[in-house]
Design a protein around this ligand. Sequence first.
Ligand code: S3P
Length: 184
Amino acid sequence: MPVCGIFLVGFMGAGKTSVGQELAKILGWAFVDLDQRIEAEERLTVAEIFQRHGERHFRDCEHWALRRMISELGQDRPGVVALGGGAFVQPENAELLAAEDRPTVFLDTPVEQLWQRCMALGEPERPLRTDPAGFRALYEKRHADYMRATIRVDTVNKDVPQIAREILATLNLEPRGARKETTK
Ligand code: S3P
């Protein structure tokens, strides 16, 4: 069955949103950031959900938003979805994506770079971006789970368009408008 959805996974600051937007632009597909979807549905920011209702509630919202997202995508409505950093490490989400045979892409970035990016000006408030040691410990705890994604892309020394092209090539997807050469 042709691919109708790509799910980007990886730690906070890995570039899931920028790469997802680029991929969607190249493919002519919709782009959805799952955290933004949750914020719109809950009418609260992710940070507010954590503060008011706790992480467990956030994970429930995340799981149901992911389920709805998966069921919305189809051949006539293909899309690229950026998941929040903790989504794929929840077993129920990884199992759901595997059961639905949805390709997942792990953007693998060294933890030092992730920390720098998350500390940059203008970045959203991230409840689980604590101190450097806590951030590294969480990254190390999760890394093996991210490695279970369908494909892994090393992002070191690559810009967003390069990463997007690499994903397309690995998943054997063509940019919008590209036609396979045919020989008569
Ligand atoms: C989280 C990452 C965040 C957001 C929430 C929890 C995590 O998304 O979903 O703060 O558990 O790593 P980003 O990866 O987009 O920062």
